[in-house]
Ligand binder design. Structure first.
Ligand SMILES: [Zn+2]
Length: 319
């Protein structure tokens, strides 16, 4: 009578114990995420729902470019620009590895062509040009592709008369491209100056970390400069400065909080409030919305209310 049960029971006993343990660990790895700051375990799904902010200590985990776009841009409105722009190893640079090999590896690992994604989209219904740096791609370093994509993005924003927003996450210029990476600072700054002359809004968002040539150019050229809490923001690293100045620096040196006190950063915004804060700022600064870029008009005109600008063009809102 009990033979079938015995058979199952014996079979279970005979199965090696390693397999289930291994399986359990694999599931646990993906299901739970340990906070880098307070070590609290959070259910990964909950962490993503909370925009990768620890619910215990509010530590802001690093966010990759895809996730950041999903957090800021209204669903189905993202239109990437220059997606196929890919870097070249002009200098045939070699450190521990060939630059060309390093590029190939990183491209395969991240699915990105370089350390930035740019595009147009709607943020709470407002058209914006958005650039998002990705720290996973060689530390978010700024090479010629990052520079070119950003310059083109800003020029497009100027042309469409929409605000430009750049989410910075970078270790600085890409040393493997030498001078070519440093030239990007001037190129992007030039595009931003023309955007400013057209009286259009530009907001950089400084996330952890924003360093080097990025801080020395577009990260600090915003009309309003926002930062995420406890982000490391600076030009040279803390140790280099301490050695040069031979001075002990304050413990919060080069953090968002320190830079707000010194006036380099205008406000620290918690990630869950970032989208609504941006929408608020854009609507304050552009009370008369420009005509939606043709791209948006085709796809989203149905959902939109009549725009102020259309009225403005007819002279209804003037005076
Ligand atoms: Zn935490």
């Amino acid at each position: 009578m009990s033979s079938l049960f015995d058979w199952f029971a014996n079979k279970r006993k005979l199965e090696p114990h390693i397999q289930p343990q291994h399986q359990e660990r694999e599931i646990a790895d993906g299901l739970w995420t340990k906070c880098e700051s307070c070590n609290a375990l959070t259910y990964t799904k909950d962490l993503y729902a909370n925009l990768l902010v620890c619910p215990e200590c509010f530590h802001h985990h690093k966010v990759n470019s895809n996730e950041r776009i999903a957090q800021l841009i209204d669903a189905t409105t993202w239109q990437p620009l220059d997606k196929n722009l890919s870097p070249l190893d002009t200098l045939q640079f070699k450190d521990r590895k060939l630059y060309s090999d390093r590029l190939k590896e990183t491209q395969e690992k991240t699915g990105l062509t370089d350390a930035i994604e740019t595009g147009l989209g709607l943020l709470d219904g407002l058209p914006i040009a958005l650039g998002v740096m990705d720290f996973r791609f060689m530390g978010g370093s700024m090479g010629s592709v990052v520079g070119e994509k950003l310059a083109r993005l800003i020029e497009r924003a100027t042309q469409e008369r929409i605000p430009a927003i750049i989410v910075c996450a970078s270790g600085g210029a890409r040393m493997q491209e030498g001078m070519l990476s440093l030239m990007q600072m001037a190129k992007i700054s030039g595009a931003l100056q023309r955007h400013r002359e057209a009286k259009l809004l530009y907001i950089p968002i400084l996330t952890h970390p924003t360093m080097g040539g990025v801080t020395a150019s577009f990260a600090m050229l915003g009309d309003i400069i926002l930062a995420e809490p406890k982000a490391n923001i600076g030009f040279a690293g803390r140790r280099v400065i301490e050695q040069t100045l031979r001075e002990k620096l304050p413990s919060d040196f080069q953090t968002s909080e320190y830079l707000v006190k010194c006036g380099f950063v205008d406000a620290i915004v918690q990630r869950p409030q970032l989208k609504s804060t941006l929408a608020h700022m854009i609507s304050i600064h552009q009370p008369f919305y420009p005509v939606l870029p043709a791209l948006f008009q085709q796809e989203h005109s149905v959902e939109k209310e009549p725009l102020h600008c259309l009225q403005e063009e007819n002279g209804l809102l003037l005076g």
